[in-house]
Write a protein that binds this ligand. Structure first.
Ligand SMILES: O=P(O)(O)OC[C@H]1O[C@](O)(CO)[C@@H](O)[C@@H]1O
Length: 322
């Protein structure tokens, strides 16, 4: 079933229209949901949104959850116990569950009213990857519940984003190599961004650097940088700044101005330079994280290569009990 059909079907089944959207997952899958939380919190006047790591959803279930709620659960492998349990709990409460996974045998599907088996891999069009599908789901929810004035502009952006990424990857290829060469021996990185992309600052820190490279890392919201974190700025500490297109660019620019003055190890990934501004102004900000995820994959691959630490290497995950 298409995204639009799934949402209209759910909407017709509700008593008073969809009232809440809960976005629930773990790790990288949770990161993919952040742009949708940002979108709904920014654009919706009535629909309430919650973003939960799955185990917190299970242990601290929101009281608002009801039969007019939509719970979107994403699990790449489809069997993360916390995520499967979250879908089960949501279903028990009578909510409408949408499950996204790359595994057609996923345990998650047992508790999913509306499944999406998505594409994955470097060759897939990003509009068929979970981050874009979840964004489309929430755009559709907003459109059926309250109406969304920039619906067509958003749809247009969805058609454009993969082409922008293909060109962007070519542009950053040599830079990512130089980045890996320069930073190969660093053990700590701070990752800055804002708006819809803050989730990806968090994701690059916890998944790409901590999980996949066993490096220390922390995300910093570009706005929050001036409210504590900037005190650690010096010429030795590396910062990666993802600069957004759209309303929160001013926050990223302010951070850049300070970093240019007081830091020396600053890597900038700029959505404007990468051509994101060909997407309409009203919706462009929601596409920043889709771009940054793919572009930062080029950086992490170069880093993994030069450090001789494959991205799949794990010490604990799938090896010990936890
Ligand atoms: O998306 P899934 O399969 O539920 O996996 C969640 C897991 O995947 C990762 O995001 C990436 O390996 C882990 O952080 C997390 O434990």
């Amino acid at each position: 079933m298409s995204v639009a059909k799934v949402i209209s079907t759910i909407h017709e089944q509700t008593e008073n229209g969809i009232s809440e959207v809960y976005l629930v997952a773990c790790g990288g899958s949770l990161v993919d949901m952040y742009p949708s939380k940002y979108f709904l919190e920014s654009e919706a006047q009535k629909v309430v949104t919650g973003l939960y790591t799955a185990n917190e959803f299970v242990h601290a279930l929101p009281k608002r959850l009801n039969k007019d709620s939509v719970v979107i659960v994403c699990s790449h492998g489809g069997n993360t116990p916390e995520s499967v349990e979250a879908a089960k709990v949501a279903k028990q409460r009578g909510a409408h569950t949408i499950g996204l996974t790359h595994n057609k045998e996923a345990g998650l599907l047992k508790y999913t009213d509306h499944p999406f088996l998505y594409e994955w891999g470097a060759d897939s069009d990003v509009k068929n990857n979970p981050m874009a599908i979840i964004l489309e789901l929430v755009v559709e929810i907003l459109n059926v519940t309250e109406g969304y004035a920039h619906y067509e502009a958003f749809k247009n952006g969805i058609q454009k984003i993969n082409g922008i990424i293909v060109e962007g990857k070519k542009l950053v290829g040599p830079r990512a190599k130089a980045f890996a060469e320069k930073y190969r021996s660093e053990e700590l990185f701070y990752i800055l961004s804002s708006g819809a992309s803050f989730g990806h600052a968090y994701g690059f820190a916890i998944c790409s650097l901590m999980e996949m490279q066993w490096l220390n890392a922390a995300p910093i919201h570009s706005g929050e940088y001036f409210h504590g974190p900037f005190e650690v700025t010096d010429k030795e500490t590396p910062f990666i700044l993802m600069m957004n297109e759209g309303r929160t660019r001013a926050l990223d620019e302010r951070a850049l101005t300070f970093l240019n003055k007081y830091a020396a190890k600053v890597e900038v990934v700029d959505a404007k330079e990468l051509g994101l501004n060909t997407i309409a102004d009203e919706v462009v900000e929601f596409f920043n994280p889709v771009l940054f995820y793919s572009i930062l994959c080029v950086y992490r691959e170069e880093l993994a290569d030069i450090r001789n630490h494959p991205l799949e290497t794990r010490r604990y995950m799938g090896k010990v009990a936890y």
